[in-house]
Ligand binder design. Structure first.
Ligand code: GLC
Ligand code: MG
Length: 421
């Protein structure tokens, strides 16, 4: 269930809508900052868990719209579905355990008697989740009545209200909190209990995450009234839960800093990236730093100085080779010239470069094989290259020896495309 061979340094469990993803920020600024932080400092020894109310279908849709990282574990449909890894292997044991005193038909039968309950789209109706919209003012009364009627018919369920509009009926054993408790129990059995766990949320269905024993929690600044109210009534004195002053992913980073769980300032916030160099010798950080410099260069965000480019160039071995996704290969020198000439080409184009799934293996005393997805977005268009890099570590940093890329997600270019690594 987990690619790490020891306990995670940090298990970060985050809701998506209005927690990881700020739908009010079309540039996804905080999300990009979080992504760089995670890939540079956490990916290699920590676990990223997304816990969303969305069904697999609407989760996939969000992934196609937003620059979300690939999580290690995905908890969907308000804790009723759990999937592991990049290929999202479902946890059928978990789903089976939710059948206890649950009968979907009885739920639809009873809810049909409430004309105020408006059925959500078909994609959001799942084997262990029946979902509606209901007016905020009417919600409390309906919840009480519906609960009583379902219990009277022999079911053991819970009703969760979120975002001031959504009502979910689930088996009592389900929910984001129960799903997290289940995962933690599995880690415990494997002797891989995470050193720290941070849960992050903004709305009603996230409340139970904060009740899991031993976790740190952050309610992002933009949290919904129903979550803040729940907190005031149930967890006011818990010092391990904060209400951030920052929105969404920025609030998550704030909490990492507040609870001292590890590095909390994103490489994107460093004006001079070479400054962070010596304290963080990890291949992931090297990769993040290089591509961030490329982004700044191509956007024209840095002043066009020989120093900046010389510094980039100094990390490349003079006889290194770049194998382009088209299969054509060129020496680093030629590609670096192309990169140098690309200064400011993406200015004002909404250009972003980000990395996902960085993994590295030490294959010799000073040699690392690093693999990652390199994403590039310009305006509305985005594309991804699976990239492999051979790095040589020196006392003061890394030397890039070889780069090989392959198009991903069905993307192929007609021509050779660009040569900018
Ligand atoms: C997501 C789901 C929806 C659910 C809501 C609250 O928006 O798509 O079905 O009701 O989360 O849990
Ligand atoms: Mg949310």
């Amino acid at each position: 269930m987990n690619r790490l061979n020891c306990a995670a340094r940090l298990m970060l469990v985050s809701d998506l809508d209005y927690t990881m993803v700020d739908h009010d920020d079309p540039h996804n600024g905080a999300l990009h900052r979080f992504n760089s932080l995670w890939e540079a400092y956490y990916r290699h020894d920590s676990l990223l868990v997304f816990s969303t109310g969305r069904s697999p279908t609407s989760y996939t849709k969000l992934r196609n719209e937003k620059p979300l990282l690939t999580p290690d574990i995905t908890v969907m449909s308000v804790g009723t579905e759990i999937a592991y890894g990049d290929s999202m292997v479902p946890d059928y044991d978990w789903e089976r355990s939710l059948n206890h005193k649950w009968d979907r038909e009885i739920v639809t039968d009873e809810t049909a008697k409430f004309p105020e309950l408006v059925f959500q789209s078909e994609t959001e109706q799942r084997p262990h989740k029946v979902s509606f919209f209901v007016d905020k003012a009417k919600a409390p009364q309906i919840i009480n009545l519906l609960q009583a009627r379902l219990v009277a018919r022999g079911l053991d369920i819970k009703i969760i209200y979120s975002g001031g509009e959504a009502l979910d009926v689930l088996p009592r054993g389900a929910g984001k909190g129960q799903a997290l408790a289940y995962l933690l129990k599995k880690f415990q059995a494997d002797d891989k209990y995470p050193i720290n766990t941070l849960v992050c949320g903004d709305s009603g269905n996230d409340a139970e995450l904060f009740t899991v024993p031993g976790v740190y929690g952050v309610m992002v600044s933009n949290a919904q009234e129903e979550l803040l109210e729940w907190h005031a009534q149930n967890a006011k004195n818990n010092e391990n839960i904060i209400h951030a002053s920052e929105r969404c992913a920025a609030g998550i980073m704030q909490a990492i800093g507040h609870f001292d769980l590890g590095p909390s300032s994103s490489p994107r916030d460093a004006i001079d990236l070479s400054q962070c160099m010596t304290e963080n010798m990890n291949p992931g950080f090297e990769i993040v730093k290089f591509y961030l410099s490329c982004e700044r260069w191509r956007r024209g965000d840095v002043t066009k100085s020989g120093d900046f480019f010389q510094n980039l160039k100094s990390h490349f071995h003079p006889s290194g080779i770049f194998v382009h996704p088209s299969g054509v290969q060129k020496c680093f020198d030629e590609c670096l010239t192309a990169l140098e000439n690309s200064y400011g080409n993406e200015k004002g184009c909404g250009f972003w470069l980000w990395l996902d799934r960085i993994s590295s293996a030490q294959i010799g005393s000073d040699t690392w094989l690093v693999k990652f997805d390199k994403w590039e977005q310009s305006g509305e268009e985005r594309r991804c290259c699976l990239t492999t890099v051979l790095l040589n570590s020196k006392a003061d940093g890394y030397t890039w020896m070889h780069i090989h890329q392959t198009w991903m997600n069905g993307y192929t270019a007609d021509g050779p495309g660009n040569w900018l690594f």
